[in-house]
Design a protein around this ligand. Structure first.
Ligand SMILES: [Zn+2]
Ligand SMILES: [Zn+2]
Length: 313
């Protein structure tokens, strides 16, 4: 597979998208995966007011943010969804584990939803289009909310494996997928253990869990979700595409380059989202670094005719 969906996957996506019913279990899980990091962020701020913000809190937040945001943008997005490069086993494991620690859903769930997003962007079959859901300001707000996080509370009952056939035979990836909840939990507990051991204090432990774990998930999740909501609503459109994708420079750093979303929709198979030298694309640079040291190969730079197949402008 070279771009977003092969023809058969596109047909599968179309046939399975005939108004599927709500996936009650997945939708209920959203209360946990969205609610817990939100509550943890409130707790982190309250703890900082009560006991101060320690250097260990800030360092663990920053390190865990960069690791997991790269796991999402370079891993779940550019590698697992679009297959914009080939990875060695250690890199595959790192990207899968770091992406799972972002707590945005198991690999197969993330990949299937994003492939559906590209196949049906901004139509009623798009899992998270932020287009207005009703008239007036109210309809616009409803659409933005749905595109940002609301869709997670209304996940449709879809056979995710139909859109991720390329990964089903990969035992390593399926193992990471099966251990999603454990990995997400490790992403919360590990910074607490590291903080506690490094500072030999209770604050280091609690601050590590709150800042390196929960508040970090909250911040990184909202950055990713902002690409889905604001990235299809406001911002610059360099490419006139059938969808409403936009480039938002202000979100380039926190999304690791994911917010050059109009660039990405124009050429979804590429390993980079940068189209001009000044467009910051940290995930693209990370992939370049991995290629330079020989840990990934066949990086899609956009020079071949198949790379250009995604252009719809
Ligand atoms: Zn999009
Ligand atoms: Zn994409």
């Amino acid at each position: 597979m070279t771009t977003d969906l092969t023809m058969s996957e596109h047909q599968n996506a179309q046939s399975s998208a005939t108004r599927p019913e709500k996936d009650v279990v997945a939708s209920r899980l959203a209360y946990l995966t969205v609610g817990l990091p939100t509550a943890g962020t409130v707790g982190a701020i309250a703890y900082a007011v009560y006991d101060g913000l320690w250097v260990s809190d800030v360092v663990l937040f920053a390190v865990m943010y960069v690791l997991t945001a790269l796991g999402v943008e370079a891993g779940l997005h550019r590698y697992f969804t679009h297959r914009s490069f080939e990875a060695s086993a250690p890199v595959k494991v790192f990207l899968g584990v770091a992406g799972s620690m972002a707590a945005q859903g198991p690999v197969i769930f993330w990949v299937a939803n994003h492939r559906l997003h590209h196949a049906f962007a901004d139509t009623d079959r798009d899992p998270h289009s932020p287009q207005p859901r009703g008239s007036g300001v109210c309809g616009r707000v409803k659409g933005l909310w749905h595109g940002h996080v609301g869709w997670l509370f209304n996940v449709k009952k879809i056979d995710w494996s139909r859109h991720t056939r390329d990964w089903l035979a990969d035992r390593l990836v399926m193992k990471i997928n099966a251990h999603y909840f454990s990995l997400a939990l490790v992403g919360i507990v590990a910074p607490g253990v590291i903080g506690g051991v490094a500072t030999q204090s209770v604050h280091g432990l609690v601050g590590g869990v709150l800042w390196g774990g929960l508040a970090r998930i909250f911040a990184a999740d909202n950055a990713t979700w902002a690409v889905n909501s604001l990235g299809h609503t406001i911002g610059n459109r360099e490419f006139r595409l059938r969808d409403e994708s936009r480039n938002i420079g202000a979100l380039a750093a926190p999304t690791m380059g994911g917010s050059w979303h109009n660039n990405h929709h124009a050429r979804p198979a590429l390993a980079r989202t940068r189209r001009h030298w000044w467009q910051l694309d940290l995930a693209g640079e990370f992939i370049r670094l991995l290629a330079w040291v020989g840990l990934v190969c066949n990086v899609r730079h956009g020079n071949s005719s198949s790379d250009r197949a995604g252009v719809r402008s």
